[in-house]
Structures are given as structure tokens and as C-alpha cells.
Design a protein around this ligand. Structure first.
Ligand code: SIN
Length: 579
């Protein structure tokens, strides 16, 4: 199946000719749990690792993770039970081998993180304290600093990196935005072009060559007006992989977190998250009349999987005509709340809400991309030499809806698998350094040189001006957001296409690259969402409201062809026993 003639994605972003070059065995892009873990493990196995990150090391989504990291660490729990909860949350389209790897390797990876120096919260016996979140039938969420798990993991990994920073085997470049992927004439990925805000030799656009590239660039939250993601989450890695011709999977499955503090109509950008762990400790949702609407809706009530809770909130908001509901945590008591959730309580108070004495207004907002760059069990994308790890990837572990606190775990487990695969392949001579090709105007690749700003196909390739970001976000939120229909998706697709066609030659630079990345991701997401005519997990279609349609039990795959058009295929998944 191919989309209509209007939608074409350029091969690469307009950028200046690289003014400097560097090289490494492996380039890791991103410095959250996925990127740092990959780089640290690789450095013990290959000669030269280059870690690049868009701003500074700690600035990604990892440090914002509150709830924790899920793993069957309790003697009364088992990987099999974790597997079952993950498959149920994923609504029948997780890939079982990927989930099996996640849940069986997870406990050991978490213990290694502790050994590396991450200080998790412990009980009186010195064991990891474990809590529960939506969709879990056992207490299996390890946490740190109460509600600051991501911050502690990030601290520990960055400290580990600093301990080896003088090692010639690893180099870190901060303030480095990856623009596009370098490829040889067979489309093998052999490096990146990147823009560094630096000094001296590495300043401006450069080319970094390598035998493999690992994208660990996180999510795409900024494609929506309101998200829990930080401002850096502009889908850069996903967009670069898409333009290079990597297959994208399940991008329509966007998770909207049920309890994001509602700050009034028109609130934009990163919004404050109220962790699911607050409900895990006993808080519950009520409507404006104080009615607990999750009871009777699902056997797990307020701790149902995230998509179920978000959908119930959307329904209740439609029924009451309100734009939010409330979270009641008052009965947990001031002392408990301050000790268990210090960051959330402090942030709420800064914003004028006291969870110990008041109901908290909450509404769903974008939180996580369950789909992304399609990868196999060792993190390989469909392009040789390109790997993806963490939120940017679609390993198949999340299906239609990620189970709470499985994301940090996925980053850890697959980072190890990727580092091991790359080092084994290098040792076996399977990842030679290839020469980047240049692109002809018909979009094909060939060796030789061509002007770096030549982009094929031409007429829709101009960069979007940074000021168009709000228009992309508004169009995506209105039609491709928490609730979608054929009509709303068509309106969004048209609006995005209009922005693409109206784009004039904006000055190349971080603002216009990020905004154009958001446009490309928005276009792919809207296309995939319009194909899937059912409601499943994070994909809620008001024109197909009843739960999952068995004909859609599978993955939607989207790929950009050499002429810039997108083609889509559907890959069925074997039926799973979710009873
Ligand atoms: C939360 O703390 O509710 C978010 C955890 C997650 O996204 O898994």
C-alpha cells in the first residue's frame, strides 16, 4: 500500500557542507539510560566509541522518569508473570521473544545498575523496596529518591562515564544535534552528519564516520502541544532513520499518561507528571462530583493499564463537559506523601496545589512513543549498520501500549544486547567502515561528491521555520492526539502537508531542523493512525470505538522509498493467550 501522491519526505535535511570530520568505531547518539548503557558497555569491547548528545549529558527524558524500573526481583514474583502483564498491557501485539528477553534479563540488569552505583530505595532489611503501578499484578517497581528514579539512574551512569572519561577509547561531544545519517551506496549506515555548538575544530556542521550507529535519541513528545517529555524530545533520531529508509513500526501507538497535572486550557510544552506510583500507593481518580469512575470499569480499577485509565478519563470528561478530572491522594497523609513523593509534592506546591489537602486536577497528556524504528532482538534496524535503543526504537516489547516502568528496563536490556552484537560482528569483520555515498536528484545513492544542500526529491524539501512548530503541534493535537477519527486524521494530514508545501527556504539550524523533524514524524504517525481502523491500546479511534478488531492484530510498518513516498505494510502477530 502506498500513500497518495502528495506526501513525500526528503532524503535529508538542508544543511551546510560538513566543515569538519571525525571518526569512531561506533557512534552512540543520546545520553539517557539507553545511550549511556550502550556506550559504557561498548567501550569495554571496541576501540573507539563516540557518544554525542543534543544538549548536555543529563538533559534527556531519563532524568524525568519518576515511577521506577520494573523487574521480577521479589522471590514471590517471576519473569513469567511480568511477561503476562506486559502482553496484556500491549493488547495482543507485543512480540513475545522480545518481551521474554526483557523480563528474563531484566532482574540481572537492575542488579548490575545497583552494583554500578545507582542508589535505589531500600527497605529495613536492606532489600530493594518494590511498589506497584498500573497493569502490574505484583509489586515489581524499584524506585529511587522516592519519585526521582530516572534522576538517580542518570546520575549513576554519568558518574560511571566520568570515571572513564580520560580513557582514549571513549569521546563525548555535548551540544551535538544529529542532522542525518551517512550511508554508502548500498544504504548501509556509516556515520552521521551533526551540528555542534562548540569551539575550535568541531563547530558547526560536521561529518562523523563509523562502522555502526546506535540511535538512543528518545521520544517525540514535542510533536504535541502538551507532553510530559522535555523540550529535547523532538523525534530527531526517528526522523533521521525514516529519511534514511529504515522501517518504522507501530508509530500510531502513542501513550497518553492519565495523570498529568492540569494547568489550565492552553498549557503548552512539558507538563508536570503525577506518577502512577501515587495510585500504586492508594490514590484514586474522581470526577467533579467525587465519583470514583474507575471502579467497575476494570478489575484493577485505578491501577488498570494506562490506556484503559486514560480512555476512562477521556470518556468522563466528555460526559461532564470538563477538561480534567481529579486525583485524590489526601488520605495518604502529609508525612507519607512528602517522604514517598518528595519531588511531586514540591512541584505541586510550587504550582499552587497541595496533594495532602487538595484534590489534584489531572488530564491525560502525551507521555511515550510505543512505536519507532523497527529493530530485531539485538537492536538491529532494517538498515545495516544502524541500531536503535530505548524509546526511539520499536523492539516489539510494548505492543499497543507500554506497561508502566518497562521503558527504563527496555533501555538497559537492549543496550546490552546491542553492545554485544556490535562487538561480536566487528570482531568477525562484519561491520567494515564504508564510504558515504552522495545522493542523486532522483534520490538514489552513488559514490562521488555533490553539493551538501542538494535534497531529493526537491519541491517539498524546504525546512520549516522554527515558528511553525506550534502549528505542527496544534494540528497533531487536534487530529492525531488522544482521540482520533478518519476525519480528524485527514484534516491533520492536510494541515501538515500544507505546512510542508508552504515552507520556504528557512535558515538551516537547530530550530528549523527540529521543527522539520517534528513535521516528518507527525506525517508518518498520522498516516499509520489513519490506516488502523480500530481502537487498541494507545490508539483510540472515535469512529471505531469498540475494543480491538482481530483483523488488526499486528504491526503497521511504514518505510520511505527512494522517491520520497511512504509505503505501508501490515504484519500480523500470532494470537496470544491473554486470559
Ligand atoms: C510514572 O511514574 O507514572 C511513569 C512511569 C512510566 O512511564 O513508566
Amino acid at each position: 500500500m502506498t500513500d497518495g501522491p502528495g506526501l513525500r519526505i526528503p532524503r535529508r535535511l538542508v544543511a551546510a557542507e560538513p566543515g569538519w570530520t571525525t571518526s569512531a568505531d561506533v557512534i552512540v547518539v543520546g545520553s539517557g539510560i539507553a545511550g549511556l548503557t550502550t556506550a559504557l558497555r561498548l567501550r569495554q569491547r571496541v576501540d573507539r566509541v563516540l557518544l554525542v548528545t543534543k544538549t548536555v549529558l543529563h538533559e534527556g527524558s531519563t532524568q524525568w522518569a519518576q515511577g521506577g524500573i520494573a523487574a521480577a526481583l521479589d522471590p514471590g514474583d517471576s519473569p513469567q508473570e511480568h511477561l503476562h502483564d506486559t502482553l496484556v498491557a500491549g493488547c495482543g501485539i507485543c512480540d513475545v521473544p522480545a518481551v521474554t528477553a526483557l523480563v528474563h534479563e531484566g532482574p540481572e540488569r537492575v542488579r548490575e545498575l545497583v552494583a554500578l552505583g545507582a542508589e535505589f530505595d531500600l527497605d529495613d532489611a536492606g532489600e530493594l523496596k518494590l511498589t506497584r503501578e498500573g497493569g502490574h499484578h505484583k509489586d515489581r517497581i524499584a524506585h529511587a529518591g522516592g519519585d526521582a528514579t530516572g534522576k538517580e539512574i542518570s546520575r549513576a551512569l554519568i558518574a560511571a562515564l566520568h570515571r572513564v572519561q580520560d580513557d582514549p577509547g571513549i569521546e563525548v561531544i555535548e551540544h551535538a544535534l544529529v542532522v542525518d545519517l551517512l550511508q554508502d551506496e548500498e544504504s548501509r549506515v556509516c556515520g552521521v552528519t551533526l551540528h555542534v555548538i562548540g569551539e575550535g575544530q568541531m563547530d558547526g556542521v560536521g561529518a562523523a564516520r563509523s562502522r555502526a550507529v546506535v540511535l538512543a535519541t528518545g521520544g517525540l513528545g514535542q510533536v504535541y502541544s502538551a507532553t510530559t517529555n522535555p523540550s529535547v524530545a523532538t523525534g530527531d533520531g526517528m526522523a533521521a532513520a525514516l529519511r534514511a529508509g529504515a522501517v518504522m513500526a507501530d508509530v500510531e501507538f502513542v501513550q497518553f499518561h492519565p495523570t498529568v497535572l492540569w494547568l489550565g486550557p492552553g498549557s503548552r510544552g512539558q507538563q508536570p507528571l503525577i506518577s502512577e506510583a501515587v495510585r500504586g500507593e492508594g490514590a484514586f481518580l474522581v470526577d467533579r462530583d467525587g465519583v470514583r469512575f474507575m471502579q467497575g470499569r476494570h478489575p484493577l480499577a485505578d491501577l488498570a493499564p494506562r490506556d484503559v485509565v486514560s480512555r476512562a478519563i477521556v470518556d468522563r470528561m466528555l460526559e461532564t463537559g470538563e477538561d480534567h478530572v481529579f486525583l485524590d491522594a489526601r488520605h495518604l497523609g502529609r508525612e507519607f506523601l512528602e517522604e514517598r513523593f518528595p519531588s511531586i509534592v514540591a512541584r505541586c506546591r510550587e504550582l499552587g496545589f497541595d496533594p495532602a489537602t487538595e484534590l489534584l486536577p489531572v488530564a491525560p497528556a502525551q507521555h511515550y512513543a510505543s512505536g519507532g524504528v523497527r529493530t530485531d532482538l539485538v537492536g538491529r534496524s532494517t538498515l545495516d549498520g544502524l541500531y536503535a535503543c530505548g524509546e526511539v526504537s520499536c523492539t516489539g516489547v510494548h505492543g499497543a501500549n507500554r506497561l508502566a516502568s518497562n521503558s527504563l528496563l527496555e533501555g538497559l536490556v537492549f543496550a546490552h544486547r546491542i553492545a554485544d552484537d556490535i562487538s561480536e560482528r566487528m570482531a568477525g569483520g562484519q561491520l567494515p567502515q564504508a564510504d558515504p555515498a552522495v545522493e542523486a536528484t532522483d534520490g538514489t545513492l552513488a559514490t562521488g561528491t555533490a553539493p551538501a544542500d542538494e535534497v531529493a526529491p526537491g519541491e517539498d524539501a524546504a525546512l520549516l521555520d522554527g515558528s511553525a512548530r506550534v502549528q505542527v503541534q496544534a494540528a497533531m493535537t487536534a487530529g492525531s492526539g488522544a482521540v482520533r477519527s478518519a476525519e480528524s486524521l485527514a484534516t491533520t494530514a492536510l494541515a501538515l502537508q500544507g505546512l510542508a508545501l508552504a515552507a520556504t527556504s528557512s535558515e538551516p539550524g537547530p530550530e528549523s531542523w527540529e521543527t522539520t523533524n517534528l513535521l516528518h514524524i507527525g506525517q508518518v504517525l498520522t498516516l499509520a493512525a489513519s490506516l488502523r481502523e480500530e481502537t487498541r491500546g494507545g490508539h483510540l479511534r472515535s469512529d471505531h470505538p469498540s475494543q480491538v478488531d482481530p483483523r488488526w492484530r499486528g504491526h503497521t510498518l511504514v518505510v520511505r522509498g527512494s522517491d520520497g513516498t511512504l509505503s505501508t505494510t501490515f504484519e500480523p502477530v500470532p494470537e496470544q493467550d491473554l486470559a
